[in-house]
Design a protein around this ligand. Structure first.
Ligand SMILES: NC(=O)c1ccc[n+]([C@@H]2O[C@H](COP(=O)([O-])OP(=O)(O)OC[C@H]3O[C@@H](n4cnc5c(N)ncnc54)[C@H](OP(=O)(O)O)[C@@H]3O)[C@@H](O)[C@H]2O)c1
Length: 292
């Protein structure tokens, strides 16, 4: 899931800076527990502690928000219009625990990502810098990300390398395109090899990965069986026709869609609060995905 800003404590109309009034959460499963607002968030962090790697050197957690009727964004084409303060509370903790946030270039553009910071007040959970990595076939890096002191890593295919290197320093460009030797026309497929990209990030010590989408990237990660867990917040909103769901894309021609897979519920949180910015009923589920 994404916020309308890159830093969880940057001010927006919905999320003023330094707020300390985030809502209580109740753990419904596996065992009832009340989590009152907590500036240090140690209990919530324990509930979301990364497990050991099983699919490589890395662990990939996806965090997405959806409306009750399955919309992945609101009428403004941003997820900020369907998330709420309960979601925000989880979102901050997930960013606090990660080494790197991985997003598709479409999300970086739509949501206006800039260089990331650890959520203020949660640096005791993990004090290394929070890195950002974007996935792009074209290598076009959003302008807001080319200006700062800490440019993102860019995972791209050979076709996007020159464009990416024009936007960020060469050591931040990870060219992880599929081997083109097998293609009949010899042209660059332009497809980013996500497994190779995650391995390249892990080589740089970035093993705890948090992907915040978007739906196209999440679809590709799931198709490649690279997602260890899927955290889904459902907010009590109904959007109606229009927006897509949290997973998008079709199987490339010549391949078949994967059969549905089982998932195991690690925990389920519920927001009992009922006030502006935090309507009761939001749920936050942590689903573990067994190896496919
Ligand atoms: N509900 C939520 O939690 C949530 C989370 C995130 C985003 N969103 C919403 O989702 C919408 C954007 O959806 P989206 O599907 O376009 O997002 P996306 O997956 O972030 O962006 C798609 C773009 O990212 C790049 N990309 C993604 N996967 C790639 C891959 N495997 N290989 C190469 N490039 C890849 C490509 O960029 P290039 O064109 O540069 O090649 C592609 O055009 C926005 O409205 C946003 O607000 C919702």
């Amino acid at each position: 899931m994404t916020s309308t800003t890159s830093s969880p404590d940057e001010p927006t109309a919905a999320q003023p800076v330094g707020r300390t009034d985030l809502p209580a959460l109740d753990v419904l499963l596996p065992a009832a527990e009340h989590l009152p607002p907590d500036a240090r968030e140690e209990r919530l962090a324990a509930l979301y502690a990364y497990g050991p790697p099983t699919r490589g050197a890395h662990v990939v957690r996806a965090n997405m928000v959806a409306s009750v009727d399955g919309a992945a964004w609101g009428p403004d084409h941003r997820s900020g219009s369907i998330n709420d303060d309960a979601d925000w509370r989880v979102f901050r903790v997930l960013r606090a625990l990660a080494d790197v946030v991985l997003v598709g270039a479409g999300t970086a553009r739509a949501e206006g990502y800039t260089a990331l910071d650890r959520p203020r007040g949660l640096r005791h959970l993990h004090d290394a810098p929070l890195e950002l990595a974007i996935v792009t076939r074209t290598g076009r890096v959003p302008e807001a990300l080319t200006q700062g002191e800490r440019p993102p890593y860019v995972l791209t295919a050979p076709a996007g390398a020159a464009s990416a290197r024009a936007d960020v320093p060469p050591d931040r460009v990870l060219v992880v395109g599929h081997d083109t030797a097998g293609t009949t026309d010899g042209e660059d497929s332009g497809v980013v090899d996500l497994a190779a990209g995650l391995a390249a990030l892990a080589d740089r010590g970035l093993v705890r990965v948090l992907t915040e989408g978007g739906p196209t990237l999440l679809g590709d990660l799931l198709a490649a069986d690279l997602v260890d867990e899927l955290c889904v917040t459902t907010t009590p909103t109904v959007v109606g026709r229009g927006p897509g769901r949290i997973v998008a894309g079709t199987a490339p021609s010549g391949t078949t869609a994967l059969p549905p897979r089982g998932a195991r519920l690690a925990h389920l949180l519920h927001s009992p609060d009922d006030r502006p910015g935090s309507p009761s009923g939001t749920t936050a589920a942590r689903w573990l995905l067994p190896l496919g």
